[in-house]
Design a protein around this ligand. Sequence first.
Ligand SMILES: *Cc1c(COP(=O)(O)O)cnc(C)c1O
Length: 686
Amino acid sequence: MKRGTPALDRFRLLAAVLVVAIHTSPLSTYTALGDFYLTRVLGRVAVPFFLMVSGYFLAKGNWQKTWTFWKKTALLYGVCILLYLPLNIYAGQLDGDFPRRLVTDGTFYHLWYFPGLLLGLPIARFLGRWGLRIALPAAGLLYLIGLGGDSYYGLVAQIPALKTGYDLIFQVFSYTRNGLFYVPLFLLLGAAGRTCSRRASLWGLMFSLGAMSGEGLWLHSLQVQRHDSMYLTLPLVMLFLFSLLLGANRGEARTARRLSALAYVLHPWCIVLVRFGAEVVGLEALLVKNSLGHFAAVLLLTALVSAVLLVLRPMPIPAKVRAWREVDLEALTHNAAVLQKALSPGQKLMAVVKADAYGHGAVRVCRRLQKSGVRAFAVACLSEGVALRKVGVRGTILILGYTPPEAAPLLRRWHLTQTVADAAHGLELNKQGQRIQVHLALDTGMHRLGISAKNRDEIAAMYRLPNLKIKGVFSHLCVSDSLTERDERYTQQQTELFFDTVSWMRQHGFAPGAIHLQASYGIWNLMPQSCAYARAGIALYGVRSDGAPVRRNLDLRPVLSLRARVASVRRLHPDEGAGYGLAFHADRETWLAVVTIGYGDGLPRELSQRGGEVLIRGRRCPMVGRMCMDQLLVDVTELDAVSPGDVVTLIGRDGGQEIRAEETAERCGTITNELLSRLGSRISIK
Ligand SMILES: *Cc1c(COP(=O)(O)O)cnc(C)c1O
């Protein structure tokens, strides 16, 4: 479980209530000063708190999510702009000043927070690069400048030079409480996290809160405040408050977190609705004129609307409920780098991502590889290629298999490169009248796809077809995984035939473009080849096809782990049986765990009766009986403890133990390529 911070989450709710109070002035009917103190002094902790929470979590993730968070904020701001557009129109705010407010003040009064964050975030990040020791004072300086345009304006403006400066600022921003002067400091204070002990925080909070109260009331009495959201003592209050909350118990309160965000965004609409509703039903005296009544009505409506939206929101199914694959993208990046290094100079990796990247999830695999510089991908068919383009995968995407010639317009539309499966296929593709990119497959002895490498006439004929842009030529090796003398000789012959054909093409003016020959075993077992690409599939995922040895030892790491859960634990008396056909028979008292995965998820059914094992609590346990479609049985008699919900590892590590995909594949007389690519869509990917 990720460790959360329920105190932070719960305080968010209080902060949201304070924000509603700021915008409804609950005590104004009874005491103007009291209302000032509640909403303009105490209430001023709310927004800095929200900022600090953002800063805290971003910094905890090493600021790696900054850009994602920025984009999310921009998106949310966009939604809010639309949400409040009707009120803008109603209030006649769609004037010439609207674009400026869009980028500086926000399009509705409470929305200043979003442009503030969008500007303050890059500034905080920029300052943060020098470490908090420098960033915090720098942001503090910005805050001081902002202070002069906020609570202290009346004092500062007595100096003409300063007044001119601030007037310039106010031509751009309506307030100095903005992304430049206000936001960076609180983001960075949040990043500082817990700065003092519980005791110190408590005392510090009491004293600083007292000081801020004095400061606020004093400035109020002087009548010098242009705006009243920034105080000299506010950062201090926040520092202690945040430390105190962070020091509280651990856990998580997601509902509070979501509710507070909704309340922040929605409450101005609720204010409008309360005013409107009160007028309709004639309760203005109670619900509008009486400040407390007004506050209560707005708070109630906001809470109600937020709660309803929360209940109605789509609830995604979490990934680790029943059976899931964990895809280690760091291992994937590592493998790509190791393979790239193993190639000859100038040769590039072509990542083979067919069959949903051998069961690893092609989209996330391609996105990650793209980030680490891979620019060529290979898929099996048209639909796989289109799916990748749709999620923004760039670079070459080569379809290794057959595509019906009529689909040529789609190949062109999605910039996919098609393999010419044989001469007839090439002719038909050409006939469609669409200029498409192709790679010629040469058959050098596998006798699957490709023009026979010896048939030079057919090769030459392809170059006369005006609609085929031949961008590459390749062949596939069929016994390169074997180290027997006979197979190595065959591979040698295939390789020689391939390179002979390519040189013949070059000599006769048939530009071969990018040439490629090796798949994973071509990298493991052949000398580096002078090709443009190597098409790595299984090696990229960090496993071999089986346990057989290879010539080159590459430091590859398995990318996929397969896990499920214990559904139930039960005791069998001696002589009882279990499962279909009662195939398991207990000859002693036996404890069985029922595990939430079966052959319907792509596991080979025979695995459970061929010595298949799983890891539970770091120990190997044998599968027993016949595997079911959705479940399998494991003998856990040897374990000290096991309970429903326990994680079961079918492939991967748990504690010091590891079950490798090669081991499982070999038990079932197959290869990891099959085992992994058959994992069913019912197993979520995490
Ligand atoms: C599947 C495939 C590959 C990748 O094979 P691996 O052994 O998984 O690396 C390469 N080339 C072609 C033509 C393929 O069909």
